[in-house]
Each structure stands twice: as C-alpha cells, then as structure tokens.
Design a protein around this ligand. Sequence first.
Ligand code: UGA
Length: 427
Amino acid sequence: MARIAVVGLGPVGLASGLAFALQGHAVVGIDVDTDRTGAIARGAPPFYEDGLEEALRAGLKQGRFSVTDRIGTAVPTADYVFLCVGTPSRPDGSMDDRYLQQAARDVAAALPPEGAPVVVVKSTVIPGTTDAVVRPPLEASGRPFHLAMNPEFLREGRAWEDATRPDRIVVGANGPEARTRMRALYADAGCPVVETDIRTAEMIKYATNAFLATKVAFANELANLCQAFGVGYDEVIRAVTLDPRINPRFLVPGVGFGGSCFPKDVRALVAAGRDRGVAPPLLEAVLAQNEVQYLRAIDLLEAELGDVRGMRIALLGLAFKGGTDDLRESRAIPLARTLIAKGAAVVGYDPLANDGFARLVPEAACVASLEQALRGADGCILQAEWPELTKLTAADFLRSMRRPVVVDGRRILDPAKMQGIRFRRIG
Ligand code: UGA
C-alpha cells in the first residue's frame, strides 16, 4: 500500500485517485476549489462520470480516499504526488502552464526533509515541460524528490472504466529510483506498461490525441467527398477498414470533434511545433477542417428547409459528446449560434448539459425533455450520441415535429428505419 497525493480533482485526478484508492492505496485528493472539495467530501462528484459517484462513496466509506484543499497536509507524508491540473489553451493556442507552475511551487513548498516522494506529472504537457516547469521549483526547495511523467488516456464519460481497465500505461522517468517505484505502483496493472524517458512520455500523449483527431477529420472530409460524389460513406469505410492496416474506430463522421482535449492538444502541438520552427501543415489542416465541419449539418438542414429564418430548430445533445455534461468546445455552440444568426429559433435539449448551455448561448431556449424540444419543430439536428437519442424512431419525429426534417450530425440513427421523414446525415 502506498500513500498517494493527487493534486487537481478534475475528471482525471478524481478518477485516477479513486482507482488507486480502490486498489488499496491511501489516497488524498487536493484541490484549491473548496466548492469542489466540499462536494467530493460529501460523495458528490462535481461533474458527471458514469460509475464515479459509486466509486467515490466506496472510497470515502472504506477510508481510503479523503480530500483537502491544503496541499501541505498531504504532500509531506506521500510516497507519490500526482499532478493532475489542467493545461488549457492560451488565446494563441499554445499551452497555458500556469496551474502546473503553481502546483509545482505548492508541492515544492510542502516537500518533507526526507522520504523523497515521486512527483508524477499526469497533466498533458508539451515535451520538455516536466523538466522546464516542474523540476526547477522542486530542485530549488533543496528537498529530495524523484520525478516521473505518466500521461492519462481517459475518455470523458468513460473515465472510470478507463482508469480501472487501462489498455496501456506509459511511464516516463529519467532516474532508476523513479522508474523502480513507478514499476511497483503499476505492478498489477494487467496491461502493457511502457517505460520510457520523461520527454517521450509527454510526446506519446500528444501523438495519440493528434492521431485520433486526424482520423476524425479524415472521416469528416471523406464523408463530405462521398456526399459530393453521391457515394455512401458506410459502404466505402466498411471495405476500406477490411484492410488490416486501417482500424475502423474513430472514423465516424459528423459535425466535428469537441471536448477539452482534441482541440486544445492539437492546437498546443501546432503552436509548440511552430515555436521550434516546425509548422505542421497536416495538423493545421485538421484544425481548419474541424472549425467548419459543423456547417455541413446546417447545409443539409437548409437543403431540406430552404431559408431557416423564423423556423424552430431542435438541437438535440448539447454536450460535446454523449455520456458527459462537458460543453467545452461542443459543436452544439457554433451550431446554435449560426442558426440563431440566420434568424432561426433554437430549442436545445440535453439530458445533463442544459443549464450550462443556457449560460453559454442564452439566445437559445433549453427545455427539459426530448419531446418538448421536438414539439412543433421545423427541423432537428442531432449533435451527441446519448442513448436517449439513439433510440429515437421515425414515429417520434412524426408525432411531435411540424415538419419532420432530421439531420443526424453523429450518425446514430439507422436511415433504413427513418421512413416517412426527411432524414439526412453527413456522408
Ligand atoms: C479524448 C481521447 O479519446 C482520450 O483517449 C484522451 O485521454 C482524452 O481525449 C484526453 O486527452 O484527456 P475525449 O475528449 O473524452 O477523449 O473524447 P473522445 O471520445 O475521444 O471524442 C472527442 C470528440 O471526437 C467528440 O466530440 C466526438 O464526438 C468526436 N468523434 C470521436 C467523432 O466525431 N468521430 C469519432 O469517430 C470519434
């Protein structure tokens, strides 16, 4: 059993910390936001993640997980200190490391005179950041420590599943002691553990997200082209992915990728590459493709309805994808704003993200049920793959809508079952 401190209780910090706790370690979660620590201490995660609330309650009940807003109470006795703070985008797209700098300074100030904990960076950081930003304040403290980098690959909405059943673990460490201790921590991981140096571990995270974002952008572009040629995307991609070199996952076209990771990480990699004299044109194109892809859904809607001025458009699924309440970079935001600018009345519905969306796009009306959103609508766009939306039938649209025009922006409905309505989808 190890004593683990986790700094930053977003989905990554909380899910990773609880996974360690339920494996039998003693974990203290730390966050400067006292509303957040208060909610977590009461057993209520401040964001929706399937399975996390049950895990939190179990961790608290077993006494293996506790929470504090004071770093100084947890770090001095910890064997491992995980840094899980956010690294958002600056306005120019580059990575903002201010929370990481602060966390590193706070940990440095709390390091004990002996014991040498392993400080582990889990935040997504541009190669070189752990050594340039985290190491200096720790060294300046004069206290002993080891340093490692251990990127996370958790999907939002499935963070608990991914934290407890990882497909691989990547550990970057530059010294033998850090490597040995990280190996011990993940001895029972049940998946491949890749050991590398710190900078490579940092890069592996960006390489993964950049590739996945590129696959999605490629799928979107191919779907747009298929549509232009009057060719069905599904049939094309089914045959293409029979090639063992081409894995079919993350090739679902739609209104583009959103969320707190793909857009931010690709932008940060582009900005950092440019800084080092390597402007990456492919990744720049991935971002550019994604910026405009949502417009395809509006094109399809207009192809059926003509001018949308004065029309009532239902926007279903407002979070950036199903299974989360996260609205960061959700494609529902530009979709709603563009439709409103064109004079349409947008009625939004999401099982979890209505309140947040109403704050971001106050000109849109948000309603409490799917039926209310569809009632009297002239058209509808599906933006996130919530189970509730995937169950919709042609009869549901026919029953409620004024004109049954449906644009499936995530390819979640079966066109064969959409008889009697005007059904369109990207690709
Ligand atoms: C992503 C990665 O999938 C995780 O492995 C990674 O750990 C995480 O970022 C992170 O860096 O923290 P996430 O942002 O939760 O996870 O969302 P994804 O499920 O990857 O989806 C991202 C966006 O791409 C969504 O808007 C989704 O709708 C879209 N997408 C995904 C598609 O349009 N088509 C696809 O085939 C797949």
